[in-house]
Ligand binder design. Structure first.
Ligand SMILES: C[C@H](O)[C@H](O)[C@@H](O)C(=O)CO
Ligand SMILES: [Mn+2]
Length: 413
């Protein structure tokens, strides 16, 4: 089937081997927080807060670092290609000690770096400006209280320094993404004051210039969250301007815009003004619900834009969803593979023919080619990719997940 598919694609000018090489060299950064419902390993970790919510109570969630690593290894065994780990600061190896966020150090993440080294993968990092007493009233870096701002500035600065060391040790720059929940349930009287304070705090966070070979800074906007329905300090316009000013990467989370707004259309615009992109591939259902990513139109359009804009070298693809209502390993594997399949479909587009049709004004041919691409045997190419990487194909995936549930997850709780 693969040989036939290859010939069929060649007949419309698509080099399948070239597409597979591009797919193999595009890692997806696996978000650690899918494994334990965004709890982390701080001593006395409280309830998830700051507008984040996980629904579901499926048995078998990871309760320790060892269990989370075991689950991640299982997920990696189900994914073709080499990927990365995206760690939040609350997932440090704190050894049961109470380490507050403004006191985290490299030592708390060294076992993660060693684990990543053993897996042969890179790491990305995130300060965790949420689920903490000093974030409970809705503000962190933009808080009116200078003491609280300083606390979170220190946390973010330390996070960047730790990430840079991760990048250095692993030989692959870590993307450090700053997201803050700051916002208000009801109408603010002074939007500008909050935004000025956020901007000043971010300037302090990014004041130390780090080697780009080790650390890449990113900032993430949001439209609204639970409890910040009327006002989010770090809106899209805020961070679009800020990332441009600082020349940091801009993070686009697919769930952080209006439900009908697509981040795909933003890619070609923002890359004109910021050096790099970080994507949080997600699926919002009516709101920022962080449903598992699917092989759907929205995800396919994102990947199409990355390929069509030749943006893959300037884009870091991460995931951001957390579903506790289904097997968490399945959620991770299905969501990541959906992102990869979407990327493969985009890489298999008859690019030259599409461009020729568009530039000559032949929109009939353009539309026909786009429809034709959907009917071509891309799934045979995906199956070949899975086989070459020694991971289950679509028909074999579920059995592997069920087997792990039976032998490992069911023994938890
Ligand atoms: C854990 C969060 O989902 C993450 O840090 C952030 O990227 C986000 O999207 C918050 O809505
Ligand atoms: Mn996100």
């Amino acid at each position: 089937m693969y040989q036939e598919a290859k010939e069929m694609y060649a007949s419309i000018g698509v080099d399948v081997e070239q597409a597979l090489t591009a797919l193999a060299s595009t890692p997806i950064s696996l978000h650690c927080w899918q494994g334990d419902d965004v709890v982390g390993f701080e001593s006395g970790a409280g309830a998830l807060g700051s507008g984040l919510a996980v629904t579901g109570n499926y048995p078998g969630k990871a309760r320790s670092i060892d269990e989370l690593r075991q689950d991640l290894e299982q997920v990696l065994s189900l994914l073709p290609g080499k990927h990365r780990l995206n760690l939040h600061a609350i997932y440090g190896d704190f050894g049961g000690q109470k380490i507050d966020r403004d006191a985290i150090e490299l030592a708390h993440f060294q076992t993660w770096i060693d684990w990543a080294q053993a897996q042969g993968i890179g790491m990305d990092f995130n300060p965790s400006n949420f689920s903490h007493a000093k974030a409970d009233d809705g503000f962190t870096l933009s808080h009116p209280d200078a003491g609280i701002r300083d606390f979170w500035i220190e946390h973010c600065k330390r996070s960047r320094a730790i990430a840079a060391e991760m990048g250095k040790q692993l030989g692959s720059a870590a993307v450090t993404n700053v997201w803050v929940p700051d916002g208000m349930k009801d109408l603010p009287a002074d939007r500008q004051g909050f935004r000025q304070r956020l901007s000043d705090s971010l300037d302090a966070v990014f004041a130390d210039k780090l080697d780009a070979a080790h650390n890449i800074d990113a900032v993430e906007c949001k439209l609204f969250g639970i409890g910040s329905e009327s006002f989010v300090v770090g809106s899209h316009e805020f961070y679009m301007g800020y990332a441009q000013k600082q020349q940091t990467a801009l993070c686009l989370d697919a769930g952080h815009f209006h439900p009908t707004e697509s981040i795909a259309d933003k890619i070609s615009s923002v890359l004109m003004y910021v050096p790099e992109l970080l994507l949080h591939v997600s699926r919002g259902v009516r709101w920022d619900s962080d449903h598992v990513v699917l092989f759907d139109d929205a995800t396919q359009q994102i990947m199409q834009e990355l390929v069509r804009c030749d943006a893959l070298p300037r884009t870091h693809i991460g995931l951001d969803f957390f579903d506790a209502s289904i097997n968490r390993i399945a959620a991770w594997a299905i969501g990541t593979r959906a992102a990869q399949k979407s990327l493969l479909l985009a890489l298999l587009e008859p690019r030259a023919a599409l461009l020729e049709a568009e530039l000559s004004g032949d929109y009939t041919t353009r539309l026909a080619l786009l429809e034709q691409a959907k009917a071509l045997p891309w799934s045979a190419v995906w199956a070949e990719f899975c086989q070459r990487n020694d991971v289950p194909d679509e028909l074999g995936l579920l059995a592997k997940v069920k087997d792990y549930e039976k032998t490992v997850l069911s023994a938890r709780n």
